[in-house]
Design a binder for this molecule. Structure first.
Ligand code: GDP
Length: 330
């Protein structure tokens, strides 16, 4: 058995070829939910959905989100109608008092659907409607995710990190904003002071997640702050990771990220924006997989390979390096 901690890009890339190395029937993926938002009343789980769509064979691999070949008629119409209303399109938080009333899971990340600041395709939206409706019927997010995984034909088990709300709020020079508003609407440009995982003090990792963390764990090359950080903020997760063999794949080659804002966010979290900083942020990692061009000297075993993943063959190569590193520490 192996458990993989995942955000929405780097780790899904690894998963795209990991089945050749790790038996899907013995693999659990724990998805970050700090990036989730409620948009126009529907719960969107970007990281979990990328894993569902990828392993279900329908992911748009150009963007690493959304469904390949999806139309976006509803999205376009929402934007057209907003223009007719004379409304400026952008993230429109619901009022402060609405942030904590209603569906508990959506706390501190409720956005109006007016102008729809995130691009949601039509078939993609059907998933959000189904998810939200199953939640309203009484399923937990874990239960809903299991049903969606079955609907997409997955063999791998996919678990949300928690059934409780945790909202990744980025405090910037332009004020606090949810990570999706920061990344999608503001292009990650405002200077970041700090990152808050709102709700994490009262949120729990599910029993299914804690059980999965008793198996060997792979921390994929995801953003250490906004994809892995929300999981580490849950009680018991770091302790569980300290007690089990953990291999982490760096999302950096020395101080260069492959994509996304991991560098700025690591700095805001008080770490060096590099593989060395990731190793410091992951004291529980027993071994690392680094790129062959990454000369970082670490105090833990390292396996090197070309960690750039453009296709499933690349992912398989990195997964083999992960397996090799796991053999060194288990
Ligand atoms: P998000 O949820 O979309 O932010 O995605 P993740 O957190 O899962 O992944 C973002 C991280 O993936 C970034 O820090 C990138 O550096 C890393 N990444 C993207 N592509 C690759 C790749 O091909 N190889 C490796 N090693 N890391 C990658």
């Amino acid at each position: 058995m192996v458990t993989v901690l995942s955000g929405g890009t780097g780790t899904p890339k690894l998963l795209s070829g990991a089945d050749a190395v790790f038996d899907p029937a013995e693999t659990t993926v724990v998805g970050n939910t700090g990036d989730d938002v409620e948009l126009g009343g529907h719960l969107v789980c970007p990281d979990v959905d990328t894993v569902l769509f990828l392993l279900g064979g329908v992911l748009d691999r150009e963007t690493w989100w959304g469904i390949d070949g999806d139309t976006a008629e509803t999205h376009a119409q929402l934007r057209t109608l907003a223009e007719r209303l004379g409304v400026e399109v952008g993230p429109r938080y619901l009022p402060e008092d609405r942030q904590t009333e209603g569906r508990r899971l959506a706390r501190w990340r409720r956005f109006s659907g007016v102008g729809e600041f995130m691009h949601i395709g039509d078939r993609d939206r059907a998933v959000h409607i189904l998810r939200t409706s199953l939640l309203d019927e009484g399923y937990s997010l874990t239960g809903v995710t299991r049903r969606l995984a079955a609907a997409f034909g997955l063999t791998v088990e996919v678990l949300p990190m928690s059934d409780d709300p945790v909202a990744t709020v980025v405090h910037t020079a332009d004020g606090p904003m949810h990570f999706q508003a920061f990344w999608v609407a503001h292009d990650g440009e405002p200077a970041v002071d700090r990152v808050e995982f709102r709700g994490s003090d009262d949120a729990e990792a599910t029993e299914a997640v804690l059980a999965a963390l008793s198996e060997p764990v792979v921390v994929g090359p995801s953003n250490p702050v906004t994809s892995i950080g929300p999981m580490l903020a849950l009680d018991g997760v770091e302790a569980a990771l300290a007690d089990t063999p953990v291999v982490a794949v760096s999302p950096f080659v020395e101080d260069r990220v492959f994509s996304g804002p991991a560098d700025d966010l690591l700095v805001a979290a008080g770490y060096e924006p590099s593989t060395a900083g990731v190793a410091e942020a992951f004291p529980f990692a027993d071994a690392f997989v680094l790129d062959e061009a990454d000369g970082t000297v670490l105090d833990r075993p390292v396996v090197r390979t070309d960690t750039a993943m453009d296709d499933p063959a690349d992912a398989e190569r990195v997964a083999r390096a992960v397996s090799e590193a796991m053999e060194l520490v288990r």
